[in-house]
Design a binder for this molecule. Structure first.
Ligand code: PGA
Length: 256
């Protein structure tokens, strides 16, 4: 890998899988073994919170970063069931998925998401901010939807901290689907995401912002999406808990 080349980022969102810690440990050690052999790809694993603590405190955690799938925006206090970004930081977490469409579906608004992004940034953790339209229409209204999601979710973010944000463009209709978005369109959408960020935070900051793609990625389509879609990495759901598939995906992406 050339010295000035950015590493590609592959984020594994395990969602609410697997059910047993033993299985989680098995997946984690296989992924870690493969990740240690990659030269141009950084792997971030976001397991359920119970396992996050186990993995984040394990000494042999490198070369994988451990992320959480959610966080609360307050630091501490009477918020039953919630976890704060300081708590995550204290156990060694450095990435958090914020605003995944499955959480938006449960009622998370752009305003809540913007508070979460800010809380995470203040702790020096990278938010992986998910945005994406639910459907595409012939009039291009989905672009307005996306623009307002980005603007509102980053409403509290400053120029100084925008560089820490990782954007994950995930068209909701592609999540859990059979096929991902066409890589040529992914490229256009990544340009659009950067354009909105450029309007908010300036061209230089936008060029530095990492933009990932998520939705129906697997070992067969990963290298095309990176190559032709010109994104900085992938947010992988299902395939991230399927060890053989994920291992192949990591190798394919590293070879791009
Ligand atoms: P998928 O999910 O890869 O299973 O389509 C992606 C996501 O939800 O981030």
């Amino acid at each position: 890998m050339k010295k000035d080349m950015k590493k590609k980022i592959i984020v594994g969102n395990w969602k609410m899988n697997p059910i047993a810690l033993k299985e989680a440990m098995k997946i984690f050690s296989s992924v870690r073994r493969t990740a240690s052999k990659l030269s141009s790809t950084h792997v971030v694993i976001c397991p359920p919170l119970l396992y996050v603590q186990k993995f984040a405190s394990s000494r042999a955690v490198s070369p994988i970063s451990i992320g959480a799938q959610n966080v609360f925006f307050e630091e501490q206090g009477h918020f039953t069931g919630e976890i704060s970004s300081s708590m995550l930081k204290n156990i060694g977490v450095n990435h958090v998925i914020v605003g995944h469409s499955e959480r938006r579906e449960m009622g998370e608004t752009d305003e809540i998401i913007s508070k979460k992004v800010q809380a995470v940034l203040e702790m020096g953790i990278h938010p992986i901010l998910c945005v994406g339209e639910k459907e595409r229409d012939v009039h291009g209204l989905y672009l307005d939807v996306l623009k307002s999601q980005i603007k509102n979710s980053l409403a509290k973010t400053t120029k100084k901290l925008i560089g820490q944000v990782i954007m994950a463009y995930e068209p909701v209709w592609a999540i859990g689907a059979k096929e991902p978005m066409d890589p040529a369109i992914i490229q256009e959408m990544a340009i659009f995401v950067r354009k909105v960020i450029s309007d908010m935070f300036g061209h230089e900051n936008a060029m530095k912002t990492l933009v990932l793609y998520g939705g129906a990625t697997n070992f067969r389509n990963a290298s095309d999406i990176i190559n032709l879609g010109k994104v900085d990495g992938l947010l992988v759901g299902r395939e991230s808990v399927n060890v053989p598939g994920f291992v192949e995906l990591l190798k394919a992406v590293d070879a791009v």
